[in-house]
Ligand binder design. Structure first.
Ligand SMILES: [Zn+2]
Length: 339
């Protein structure tokens, strides 16, 4: 089944490093054929979700291998379309739940997700279509599944009892990814559920109304200030002490100044102030000349004419906005500014 990926990202700032990226989409699995090719596994014909947005990082080992260092303006929001017409509808990660711990600072450290108490063995489902990036036992998270979705969001399902998917497997919204458990450092059976963008976590309740069991809006708006780009400790779940979790060794390709997620984080007790999850971005009327730009990610079959028509603009305007010529060959994953 060929998946058509049609990702539209509204980025409220122009100076993003991927905006002018012209490089090809590389497939790290190219030439790496498995002996048992399943049609559910990534092959060369499948695009890794948001591969260029993540600066060509796709790893099956670590929840957050590094901060990507993508520069957003101080006052800008990121707007992400959650479900498009060709996607399967959003699915709640689990059926019956009681919130036992919300996202944010709490005694013992920053809680990077939301805890939903469940019966052992309760089904855990993927929220959106995507590809499994991680499916493994992961330090204090226990058995963990991480799915990257086509809009660049990642969802994390931790403390599972069983895992039903494997890395690089394409999954659909609503698909069973595992069952609820208390693996890892969990005080009881619950799902520790995280939402992340560019590896940085944000409050799942910004996106999901856990009372009604639906998305709050089909357009998720995240303020830059709500993505803890450099400061967030990665203490998962029911961490009771500031004892650091086992530190993953950074992959050899990440030799830079960015510490791996769980390394050297400041003790969480130094900042007992609750994080204001819905704090409005101050002075957000500044720099409005930059807001409202719209970025289109090139997918298979795209043409300049088609993109122009889709966004109600003209090829000429696209050429000027992107400093390209009519002869320019569009490449999969290329970011085209359309407004
Ligand atoms: Zn938790």
């Amino acid at each position: 089944m060929k998946k058509i990926i049609n990702l539209i990202l509204f980025i409220a700032i122009l100076s993003t490093p991927w905006l002018h990226a012209q490089d090809d989409v590389l497939n790290p699995y190219e030439g790496n054929a498995t002996s048992d090719p399943s049609e559910n596994l990534i092959t060369e014909s499948y695009q890794i979700p948001s591969y260029n947005l993540y600066l060509q990082d796709w790893n099956n080992e670590y929840l957050k291998i590094k901060s990507l260092g993508i520069s957003f303006g101080n006052n800008d929001d990121i707007k992400i379309i959650l479900v498009e017409s060709h996607n399967n509808a959003f699915a709640m990660p689990c059926d019956l739940y009681r919130i036992t711990s919300k996202y944010g600072n709490r005694k013992g450290g920053m809680h990077t997700g939301i805890d939903l108490a469940l019966a052992k063995g309760a089904p855990i489902r993927c929220c959106f279509d995507g590809v499994v990036r991680m499916a493994k036992e992961y330090s204090s998270y226990g058995k963990t599944v991480v799915v990257r979705h086509y809009n660049g969001l990642e969802t994390v399902y931790a403390h599972l009892d069983s895992i039903y998917v494997q890395p690089n497997e394409m999954v659909r919204a609503g698909q069973l990814v595992g069952t609820a458990g208390n693996s890892g450092r969990a005080s009881g059976v619950h799902l520790h559920f995280e939402t992340r963008f560019l590896y940085e976590h944000f409050d799942p309740e910004k996106m999901i109304d856990f009372g009604s069991g639906d998305l709050i809006s089909n357009i998720l708006t995240i303020a830059k200030s709500e993505l803890d780009f450099d400061t967030a400790p990665e203490a998962p779940a029911t961490a009771q002490t500031p004892t650091p979790t086992p530190t993953p060794t950074p992959a050899p390709t990440t030799a830079n100044n960015n510490a791996p997620a769980t390394a050297n984080n400041a003790p969480a007790t130094t900042n007992p102030t609750p994080k204001p999850a819905t704090q409005p971005a101050p002075n957000n009327t500044a720099n409005n000349n930059n807001s409202g730009s719209v970025i289109h990610t090139v997918v298979s079959g795209d043409t300049l004419y088609g993109i122009a028509r889709k966004y109600g603009t003209t090829v000429d305007k696209l050429l000027k906005l992107n400093n390209i010529t009519e002869d320019s060959k569009l490449q999969l994953g290329q970011k085209i500014r359309v407004k």
